[in-house]
Write a protein that binds this ligand. Sequence first.
Ligand code: UD1
Ligand code: MG
Length: 493
Amino acid sequence: MSHCRHNQRACMDKRAQELKSMTMTTTSTQLTAAVMAAGKGTRMYSETTPKVLHTLAGRSMILHVLQAANELVSGPLHVIVGHGREQVREHVQALAPADIQNRLVWVEQLQQLGTGHAVQQLLPVLPDYHGHLLILNGDVPLLSPETLKELWQQHLDGQHVATLLTTRLDDPDGYGRIIKNNAGKFISIREDKDCNDAERKIREANTGIYLFDWPALAACLPELSNDNAKQEYYLTDVLGMMVRQQASVGVHCIGASEEVLGINSRLELAEVEAMLQDQLRQHWMERGVTLRNPASIYIDCSVELAQDVEILPGTTLLGQTRVGKGSRIGPNTLLQDAQVGSDCEIVMSAVYGAELGDQIHVGPFAHLRPGTRIANGARVGNFVELKNTHLGPRSKASHLSYLGDAEIGPGCNIGAGTITCNYDGAAKHKTTLGENVFVGSNSTLVAPLTIGDDGFVAAGSTLTEDLPAGALGLGRARQVNKPGWSAAHRPRK
Ligand code: UD1
Ligand code: MG
């Protein structure tokens, strides 16, 4: 496996020598990170999604963790992948910001034999590295950069070979417990499944986040055994090993903190995501956004809201959604990747990938689909669907319409029930309206079709030919009245 494994004895002697110094072997402040992300996440019961790709507020756990690491670490960011590694890699390569992307180093753990085994995979990757290593659990996504900075400071100040981040939990079930002696000195970490009854009562828990002097850690890794309840190589055993070798191990306890909760099940995912939603809602309220019944509003972490935006109950804001100043969204509205200008109102509607200018009214019950652009002062009313359509300034489609692949100029009125017939079963065709066009109710515009400026379409028309500027288009049968017909012919009971 590693060069160390092959001549383990020689390696160990050298490392033991280094450890005898009892404090860190390196004076460098070089820092690299490793995120453990190879586990299957058995307790998630997912057929399709590796654990670290489950999302909170629209961002996967692995991206949350990398983002936190990125704030502290300027060196390489190692990601240890195994289960679903292609999927994890593709996901991160598609979605991580460029400054993270440039520094990623992929490390494979082909069999998932435990967190210690995961970190052993770094031995051949960092043979001559003499700096520090930040290790993060891929399933602890709320970790703040501030906490990481504190941990790093304590690690450097104490000149420790290892500094671990711990927390105090009311319900530490499932976590490794922090074992200390009577003098309160750290002894080791005992995994939940290996605890006796007294140890299980300990509330100080391991967060799975550590700083190590890499040469000191590299010396211990080959010594790990899997003689434990889970028959796994536990990274946590390294810390007890270091204490036994009288190396200096620091413990940074951040008290009862939500940010270090780990996610191992869908229930924990929901609990931790609820905390993140609280944080996000608080964040926006502190920046001048009014949230009505905040608990009913869901916001992805990539959403941006301007000052004096008002969000009404039951609203969900997803993806790269941006909402401009003074706009009012909701109730019960879904915006996904929507760009909304200022002073708009969107009521009980669904908006996907649409761009809206300023002072636009949408809804209730409108459906705006990708490729929709709506210019300033336009209105889209109830039961109107727009797809790949540009609605010009001050134009209105107020009721019951489908407008697809249409270019609609300024000041147009689209009557109730207007339908663009944009699809012939094989290809999509365009409908173009100039300025100030009036389309009477219940009209059918069969594309490709162009209506010139000031054109007027009579209600109930089916247009199959272009209408020149200023013309009236009548596309319906002439009415025929038959006097006395009812008395003579109408069927009666
Ligand atoms: C781990 C810690 C525990 C701590 C808890 C905090 C160990 C042995 N235990 O337990 O002390 O309280 O985190 O959340 O470390 N992984 C791999 N390869 C593997 C196994 C796991 O990359 O072979 C990854 C997982 O994808 C996950 C992380 O390591 O991101 C932690 O693994 P997990 O199985 O969740 O450990 P816990 O039981 O939560
Ligand atoms: Mg875990």
